[in-house]
Design a binder for this molecule. Structure first.
Ligand SMILES: [Cu+2]
Length: 302
């Protein structure tokens, strides 16, 4: 028992040393020799961080327990100390215990896990909606609530990087988003599977052609002016590692000014001046049938 408690103390010391190393880090993507997850920014990522730490404790304790048990068995029941082994094959109490206790541990893990899953799934009251479309190999963004403009964001090549810009993460156009706002992300793809992943926001959502996926983020006001980075996280072809997501968080006022400018600068998703798609086509069902019949009669008479 003395050995057990000492081992526990060593494990605890190890975890407490790791803790401060990962906390209070500068908020800029990942860093060299970083341990642990990137610093959380959104409530979802804070909870993921917490859940990760709890799980780390649970698996550490279980692993230590099994290791100690194995070492004890090797020592106590070696041929030297236990020359005539017992022929016992069943022990009801023990078998019940090693079935029921793991089940209880798993149930204990399942409850916070599901609560977190539903919390991260969708936001009840979204203030704005932004659409991200994965393409080979860049992202397109649409702002349907602010004039329905759209733009593409390509990775900046190594030779074009400015000092301080992280390589493989910087894009020519940033996904500009307001702080202190519930942002709903609508995510899809136009060619193959991609994945919209922002580690510090706790986002990792598949971008599937022909399908809309939803996720959300809330970034507190203190992060205004900061840039966050993510990457496509679904193997989507040779350019997979060259389609990063660069998010620029701005204040609400700056966001309003930016959308004002962006409306002028970027193309609209739908052109309001364009003719309706069906213009010139027959207007009524009866007319459609008549046209179809005429054209089929023309084909058969030939
Ligand atoms: Cu991709």
């Amino acid at each position: 028992m003395n050995f057990l408690s000492r081992l526990g103390a060593v494990a605890a010391a190890f975890l407490f040393t790791l803790g401060p190393l990962t906390l209070g880090k500068a908020l800029a993507a990942s860093e060299n020799y970083q341990l642990g997850l990137q610093a959380p920014v959104t409530p979802v990522m804070e909870r993921i961080d917490w859940f990760h730490d709890i799980l780390l404790w649970i698996i550490t304790l279980i692993t230590i327990f099994v290791l100690v048990l194995l070492l004890y068995v090797m020592w106590r029941f070696s041929e030297k100390r236990n020359p005539t082994p017992s022929k016992t094959t069943h022990n009801l109490g023990l078998e019940l215990a090693w079935t029921v206790i793991p089940v209880l541990i798993l149930i204990g893990i399942a409850f916070p896990s599901f609560r977190l899953l539903y919390f991260s799934d969708q936001v009840q009251d979204a203030d704005i909606t932004v659409k991200a479309i994965g393409r080979q190999w860049y992202w397109s963004y649409e702002y349907p609530d602010h004039g329905n403009f759209t733009f593409d964001a390509y990775m900046v090549a190594d030779e074009d990087l400015e000092p301080g810009q992280p390589r493989l993460l910087t894009t020519d156009e940033a996904l500009v988003l307001p702080v202190d706002t519930n942002i709903r992300f609508i995510i899809t793809a136009s060619d193959v599977l991609h994945n919209f992943a922002m580690p510090q926001f706790g986002l990792k959502t598949d971008a599937v052609p022909g399908r809309i996926n939803e996720t959300w983020a809330y970034v507190p006001a203190e992060y205004a002016g900061q840039t966050f980075y993510g990457q496509c996280s679904e193997l989507c072809g040779t350019g997979h590692s060259y389609m990063p997501v660069m998010v620029q968080m701005v204040s609400k006022a700056e966001f309003a000014a930016w959308t004002e400018k962006a409306r002028e600068e970027y193309a609209r998703v739908d052109d309001p001046a364009a003719e309706p798609a069906l213009a010139g086509e027959p207007e009524t069902v009866a007319e459609t049938v008549k046209v179809a019949a005429a054209s089929s009669a023309a084909t058969t008479s030939e």
